[in-house]
Design a protein around this ligand. Sequence first.
Ligand SMILES: [Mn+2]
Length: 372
Amino acid sequence: MKFVHFSDTHLGYSDYYKVDPQTGINQREQDFYNAWNQVIDDILQIKPDFVIHAGDLFHTSRPTNRAIAVAMEGIQKITNNGIPFVAISGNHSTPKIRATGSIFESLSLMPNVYAAFQSKYQQFRIGECLIHCVPHCSLTEELEQAFSEVKFKPESDFHILVSHGAWAGDKSFSMGEFNEQHIPDPEAALQKEFDYIALGHYHKYLKIKPHVIYSGSTERTSFNEAGNPTGFVVVDLEKNETEYHAIKTRNMFRLTPVHCEDLTLSQIYSELEKISDEELAEALVSISLLNLRKETLIQLDIREIDEIFPQVFSLQKTITQLNATHSNQSSAVSMGSLPIEFERYIENADVHELDKTRLKEMGVSYLTIDEF
Ligand SMILES: [Mn+2]
């Protein structure tokens, strides 16, 4: 028995304003569809006995018609080849209000699709495998109830658990989302070992134990995921082997921060020129300029920075200002924010007989709202 375990495809996710010239769809939305389609194509090559999706199939609980169509087309390619598709709902695809209904209700009408989505335990038998599904549950009591209902049937040869959430006991598996659920070690509670535990939620491929695995996501939803591979897991139950298959997605880089306290404006630009290379082509790139002196910050030209990186897909800039009173502290600056833009404007404006310094001070104090 061989199966594919994947998760967190987040179909319908979109970001930035760029459009795919071929499809006319938001480029990042298209990237997520491309990742999904790559996995589907790979599954058709691998020809597993079944496929497991461990949650967050869609980015939202009310996916768009397009996201639904992409999902259904992919699932149909798999099931038309006689490969059953098992899915559970994750925290992103579970409606907060039950009356909303679930898209999984529709998906489960498709032949050869088995979906667990009602905040309760469900099991599905596929050949000699019993697949125990605990989807995202809105309430902790529902989750506890769901795990308490997990039953091993002795006649089934293989037991697989599918769940979505942060594996309890270690904070690092958390996505830091307010509605994520914590999965208690079910093997400890049941005093039984599963042949495999297919986990979703954590967007990084991770083996907690040889048979307890997060497949990670198929695309990256934030810079926290820069450097994570994207792909899926192939599991061979007889051989007791798992193998990670990476797929090709848009690169995401978080570059080494530039410390600017001792740099002039032109030195900052030339530092950036040094790190701008071909490897960044079409990538999502994040740069940090740290501890800029105020006088340098005011002269800094965001367009000039963008022009140093013409090859990237997008450039996220984090800029912090050296705090004059506490020289070891710095505060993040949002370029384009009113106080900064006002200072930049006054710096270059012709104010006749008015006192520029006083004008800046007064303007900034009116425009600054204390954060607390
Ligand atoms: Mn997710």
